[in-house]
Design a protein around this ligand. Sequence first.
Ligand SMILES: [Zn+2]
Length: 249
Amino acid sequence: MLPEVQALVRLQDFDHAVTRLETELAELPKRLDALQKDTAAQSKSLATLEANLKADETERRKLEGDVELHKSKIIKLKKQLNEAQNLTQTQALEHEITWAEQAIAKAEERELELLMEEEQLRADIAVSKGKLLAMQKNFETERQQALARHKAGLAELAALAEQRKTTLATLTPQVASLYERLRRKHKNGVVAVEVVGTQCQGCFMEIRLQLSQELRTNHTFMTCENCGRVIYLNPATGFDPQFGPAPVQ
Ligand SMILES: [Zn+2]
């Protein structure tokens, strides 16, 4: 491979590494944001459970108070019943007692329902709290890891920029500007490609036999006539049934 093409491939490798690293670093805050959102949602769901429990307890306490009131009223009514003067009074008092007893039964039934609901809510709250704690712990771990990775990534980027600069300096201005032009044209950044057999690995079109031959024999700087990418033969894989192995350079 021509030294200039070799340098070009190295430059391409550096740029790919930079793109990969920049993508990775850009993902870090996104991942933390997602984790934070999940944690906030968990916290909200816990708050809802706790509010439901509080509402149930308040309702149950109110019912307990109501039951006490009904009970003392029944005692009072029963006393009045003993002193009733006529049937109308007796019937009215009995009716009131029955109503108060029914109200107690209804309240106690609801209290039981609430007790069962509260028990379930307390269990759910315990699970939810455990989950939230684990999520908060995980978020903190990931945050620390992301910070460390970000710091290391920046150092890697700086090293890559330095290596890239050194490699770029070995290219002629023409080849350097061709590289930049091709990089703008091919958005995936693949601008120097191998020819396998007679096929360009950039656009997968067959290159002319004559060009393929020149590539093998003249060791000249060449580009694909179809996609414009710089083409080279990799001696290890450039075996061609017609021409045999590519010359080792
Ligand atoms: Zn091509």
